[in-house]
Design a binder for this molecule. Structure first.
Ligand code: ZN
Length: 452
């Protein structure tokens, strides 16, 4: 008994000590979302003066959901800042990991390397899959300089309260704070709230430690869109739930009184799937091929050409191209990870290379899907809302490609953007400084007083 009492006392003291240490050193994080901390040093003097960007992604929040479902909070952000009432164009293929990496690197998927959620690399003889922790956390799969790596390399601290790719070291850097992705706990209310709590806790850190670029990822309403279809009441409810979540985040950010630009985007939209599975092996002999979903990887040039010939003109529901002849507008004709030949749906159809092996259940396609070319399937268009000290008030923008977000966000953070497929001129009209040099820098240039 005495021993137990003593042990309790020691434990109590230890907890008090830890508590004091915690209060003195670290942020008060919500335990529902454990964060990994990387010691990247303090913010540089220039970074301490920079504004803040909080980038939020609502997975699968189609461009027209906000107006359709009266997402009043998102629409209010758009009115106070800028938004894209006709949507933002995702990069091809309009899938989750490819587009999240595009948003933060400004590169088309064929350039940052994550060309699908799951794919094969013929040169490495290896597969990448978002369910494979080892691949996802291995930086050698990724090209380009994500915004967090760009910021860290320029002396600015960052935090990813999840973002695809943020668990890997890319371009020599990791975010100062990042969350481990766990599909099981992603959408629990506690974890949804934890992202807000953690963002605010990190923004309360002293100037030297406070992250200036923070990403927040929410896996809804994509989940419901797949399961029930884009028009189902469940999907509409999930869209409104995320609208309330963004309102809570915005209210919490406003309370910090920091100069924060809030950018809310989605990675792609959602279409109602038409018809049953289209199974490519019913049209072509795929023996000897590696296949991942609808992607085809042959052993020989002869096999590529043969399967191309077999698939060509067998269906009006898809087009087939040899890799180098994929239409240039899709930006998907360079990377062998896309496979060869490349099969592209002409509508919202569910295409796969092969049926599951015998013994495994062959379930029908999901009610909703994405991945399609937004020019053929406009339901793929994504959402864009942004508001803050660097952004003009009450402006709308025409549909623009999501590669252009990268130089735009880098500009707001005062960073020198890495070379990308994006162009600052596309969105410069939404910036109070028109994308020009920062006001103080412009002032410094004017050494000579104006002559009369
Ligand atoms: Zn997605």
């Amino acid at each position: 008994m005495r021993f137990n009492g003593l042990r309790r006392a020691v434990l109590g003291l230890l907890l008090v000590a830890l508590g004091l240490a915690g209060a003195a050193q670290g942020p008060r994080l919500n335990p529902a979302l454990p964060l990994v901390h990387v010691d990247n040093g303090p913010n540089s003097a220039a970074a301490q003066k920079a504004h803040y960007v909080v980038l939020v992604s609502l997975d699968g929040f189609r461009w027209d959901y906000a107006e359709r479902d009266h997402a009043t909070h998102l629409l209010a952000i758009g009115r106070q800042g800028v938004w894209a009432p006709e949507g933002m164009l995702p990069s091809f293929p309009s899938l989750t990991f490819p587009n999240h990496l595009t948003i933060v690197t400004g590169l088309y998927p064929e350039h940052h390397g994550i060309v699908a959620n799951s794919f094969y690399d013929p040169a490495r003889h290896a597969r990448y899959a978002i369910s494979d922790d080892k691949a996802v956390t291995d930086g050698s799969w990724y090209s380009g300089v994500p915004l967090w790596s760009l910021a860290e390399s320029q002396g600015m601290r960052t935090a990813c309260l999840f973002w695809p790719g943020s668990e890997a070291e890319i371009a020599g850097h990791r975010p100062t704070w990042y969350a481990r992705f766990d599909a099981k706990t992603q959408a629990t209310d506690a974890v949804l709230q934890a992202r807000i709590d953690d963002a605010v806790a990190l923004l309360k850190l002293p100037d030297a430690e406070r992250p200036h670029f923070i990403t927040v990822y929410y896996s809804e309403p994509d989940h419901e869109g797949h399961k029930y279809g884009p028009d189902a009441p469940e999907t509409r409810a999930a869209a409104l739930k995320m609208d309330v979540m963004v309102a809570k985040l915005k209210a919490a950010l406003d309370k910090t009184h920091l100069p924060i630009d809030l950018v809310v985007v989605s990675d792609h939209g959602m279409a109602k799937v038409e018809g049953p599975w289209i199974t490519l092996e019913t049209f072509a002999d795929l023996r000897g091929f590696e296949t991942v979903g609808p992607l085809l990887y042959a052993q020989s040039e002869e096999d590529r050409q043969r399967v191309y010939n077999q698939l060509k003109r067998v269906s009006s529901q898809f087009m087939v191209y040899r890799l180098k002849y994929v239409p240039p507008a899709l930006h998907g004709n360079e990377n062998p990870r896309m496979g060869d030949p490349v099969v592209i749906a002409t509508g919202p159809y569910a295409i796969r290379a092969q049926a599951p092996p015998t013994g495994k259940p062959d379930l029908p396609p999901n009610a909703g899907a994405h991945g399609y070319d937004p020019k053929l399937v406009p339901q793929m268009k994504a959402s864009f809302f942004a508001e803050g000290p660097d952004i003009v008030r009450g402006k709308t923008v025409k549909p623009f490609e999501n590669v252009n977000l990268y130089p735009w966000m880098a500009h707001m953070l005062g960073l020198q953007a890495a070379k990308s497929d994006g162009d600052l001129n596309i969105l410069s009209g939404t910036l109070r400084d028109n994308g020009g040099p920062a006001p103080q820098a412009a002032g410094e240039d004017k050494v000579e007083p104006k002559k009369e």
